[in-house]
Design a protein. Structure first.
Length: 259
């Protein structure tokens, strides 16, 4: 992971994480306690000390942590985990996710909460992250299909593949009269969501697995999958708002007169 995060991006991310930590924790003591939870130390038989990073201080008594330098002491992987834990957006690394979260926060509360949990689990529990991302996308499509202007209805037990089939039909993206290229794009969206669903079912520990089964445990793949879910979700929501704009009902202000 550290190899694919450029030094330039790490510099930018350090600044964002630094500012966020000081907003969240107001004292040197609290900041040090939080940072220390990421520190891993061990000693070998010769009493040689090893750690995943070291904490820098501004004073000789080691009471005032130098947070900026400490964050720079971390490698890219640890820094990214800290950013995710704090909820700091990482648009240059996983570009669709911050935009997606902002888009769904107001109108898809359940999906927003589920997706936010998925985002935080990318590093620590890839299987859970993929499963939650799948569920968030299901939730968004179900919410869209509740629109009375759409003919397709759901009973709550549909899979992501079935839900995607329904919404693509409602959006006329797989109409047989479309040019081949349009139909291919529509079919590709269906294939993407089917793949996400299959990954959750067959390549994570959401269902029982044996030692010989392949499990996704590399966070790089998890970032790719979760970012894909965000990209597809952004498109479906944007297309829905364009094709079926919100209907605003005007109400006449009561002036108190009987007529």
């Amino acid at each position: 992971m550290n190899d694919i995060i450029s030094p330039k991006y790490q510099m930018k991310l350090v600044k964002s994480v630094h500012d966020f930590i000081w907003e969240e924790y107001k004292t040197y003591k609290e900041v040090k306690i939080y940072i220390s939870k990421w520190l891993e130390e061990e000693w070998d038989y010769n009493n040689n000390h090893y750690s995943n990073f070291y904490i820098s201080y501004k004073d000789k008594d080691n009471k005032e942590i130098d947070l900026l330098q400490t964050l720079h002491n971390m490698n890219g992987e640890i820094l990214l985990k800290v950013a995710i834990d704090l909820g700091v957006d990482t648009p240059d690394f996983i570009p669709a996710i911050p935009t997606f979260k902002n888009e769904i926060k107001a109108n898809y509360k359940s999906a927003y909460d589920t997706f936010s949990k998925a985002y935080k689990q990318i590093e620590s529990d890839p299987s859970l992250a993929i499963g939650l991302a799948n569920s968030a996308l299901e939730s968004i499509i179900k919410e869209i299909l509740k629109d009375e202007r759409l003919s397709s209805k759901v009973n709550g037990s549909e899979t992501l593949y079935k839900l995607t089939s329904l919404i693509l039909k409602e959006f006329s993206l797989i109409d047989k009269n479309h040019p081949l290229e349009i139909k291919t794009i529509g079919s590709s969206l269906l294939a993407i969501n089917q793949s996400v669903e299959k990954l959750r079912s067959e390549k994570t520990n959401f269902h029982g697995k044996t030692n010989d089964d392949y499990l996704i445990n590399d966070s790089v793949f998890t970032y790719f999958i979760v970012n894909t879910v965000a990209t597809v979700g952004l498109f479906l929501n944007s297309y829905y708002k364009t094709k079926f704009p919100e209907i605003k009902i005007e109400t006449k202000e009561d002036d108190g007169l009987p007529f």
